[in-house]
Design a protein around this ligand. Structure first.
Ligand code: ARG
Length: 428
């Protein structure tokens, strides 16, 4: 008994020694819940959490004070469509034929660090090879390497010849030796198996290609690639294991099938029509549309040797995607921030804010899409997405008020994730 009491004292004593209180003095603070900018706020942080926040919080003695009184403080940003484990190199064919998953594995931690330093404290990673995303997520969670908190999808499910397969090459090239270690799945049985494999190996989400894509060599850009029956099986199986589903969908028909099958989010949504928008609004389906990408692909991908047909596909969808995004915004579809990072260089995740404002969101709504809305889509709203007492201390700061200049979010100067400061260019 006595022994237990002493042990308890020792343990709690130790805990106190470890937990140094931090205080952030925020000159301006973006309150994404009440949609206002507050001034002169104090945020009190104990370990990984915000324990108090407000204008008249006394600063505890001995607390470490971080003075951001000249800056604007926001919740950590969240990218719901990231691929942090890869990024195109200088040459399309080099990437495909000479690089292995190990090449990406040794670099991915750099991409993760850049993402975090850009102010993105959490991402939903929607597809990776060889379970790189699982390893990266786990290493970040263990505190071994800096990076955003990750929810991962492992292999993207795709039919043979679909967006997740490699087509257009000599058929005798054996692309993947172990056919069970991919996302290629045709028909109900294979789909169930792939979903179960992904979850067994550590997937938090399931991602699949409901339609064709841009950066893949099949002819179409937006045609459906699974039947309704297949999509239903996929979603049913994922949900059985408590996982939600994100559907890559450029075309309207495939997006509608995915919505009927019960997905949580439509990714890209480039060619969605009025009916798709109505269905999304009615059923509360999220739109995660990567509307910055078009600029980067059209300026860089020809130089990298991407086949003309891919560039042509981008020309087909780029402008329409932005216009349809604007229509969805007008109709009141739920919008979460997602950029398809890994198409453009990691760390540029903030560039999309400008486009989201240009195509219909107010600056506050754009910020909400990457904070409270993203947290909602990811089912993490009780732990992050706003600067609220009891939530994780995922906190960033910028020099200028992003409500006046949304591009301020392209240069985040201060990043704290779960109470740990990873970047601070604001105080000496
Ligand atoms: N991963 C997507 C695809 O290959 C990228 C699309 C990029 N283009 C765009 N306009 N968003 O389909």
């Amino acid at each position: 008994m006595l022994y237990a009491a002493i042990l308890l004292l020792v343990l709690t004593g130790k805990m106190h020694a470890q937990s140094k209180l931090k205080v952030i003095k925020a000159g301006k603070l973006v309150d994404v819940i009440h949609e206002v900018v507050l001034t002169n706020q104090i945020i009190l942080i104990d370990n990984d959490k915000i324990v108090d926040i407000g204008a008249n919080i006394p600063i505890p003695k001995g607390a470490e004070v971080i003075d951001l009184s000249k800056a604007t403080v926001l919740p950590g940003l969240m990218d719901c469509h990231a691929h942090v484990t890869f990024q195109p190199g200088d040459n399309y064919y080099e990437d495909i034929f000479r690089k292995t998953a190990i090449d990406y594995a040794v670099i991915a931690h750099i991409y993760a660090k850049r993402t975090l330093e850009a102010g993105f404290t959490m991402i939903r990673d929607v597809g990776a090879d060889a379970l790189l995303d699982v390893s990266l997520r786990n290493a970040i969670n263990e505190g071994l390497i800096p990076g955003p908190r990750m929810l991962v999808s492992t292999f993207v499910l795709s039919p043979t010849g679909g967006h997740g397969d490699l087509s257009g090459f000599n058929p005798s090239i054996d692309w993947k030796g172990n056919k069970d270690y991919t996302g290629i799945a045709d028909g109900a049985d294979e789909i169930r198996k792939r979903v179960r494999n992904n979850i067994k190996w550590g997937a938090d989400w399931i991602k699949f290609a409901a339609t064709a894509g841009v950066l893949s060599e099949e002819e179409s850009v937006g045609a459906p690639q699974y039947s309704l029956e297949e999509m239903k099986v996929l979603v049913e199986e994922a949900n059985r294991w408590g996982k939600k589903v994100a559907a890559h969908a450029h075309g309207a028909e495939g997006a509608k099938l995915a919505i009927q099958a019960g997905v949580a989010s439509i990714e890209h949504g480039s060619l969605i029509d009025e009916e798709t928008i109505r269905m999304m609004k009615e059923k509360g389906i999220w739109l995660v549309s990567d509307i910055y990408n078009d600029d980067y692909i059209l300026s860089e991908f020809a130089k990298k040797g991407y086949p003309e047909k891919i560039i042509e596909k981008e020309r087909l969808v780029g402008r329409l995607q932005r216009e349809n995004f604007q229509k969805a915004v007008k109709a009141g579809v739920k919008i979460a921030y997602g950029t398809d990072s890994g198409v453009y260089p990691h760390g540029w995740n903030g560039k999309q804010f400008f486009y989201m404002v240009k195509y219909g969101l107010t600056p506050m709504q754009a910020i909400q899409s990457a904070t409270i809305n993203a947290a909602d889509l990811m089912d993490w709203k009780d732990k992050t997405g706003s600067l609220t007492k009891g939530k994780l201390a995922d906190i960033i700061a910028v020099e200028t008020n992003p409500l006046n200049d949304i591009k301020a979010l392209e240069s985040v100067k201060f990043v704290m994730k779960e109470g740990v400061v990873y970047k601070n260019e604001l105080t000496p």
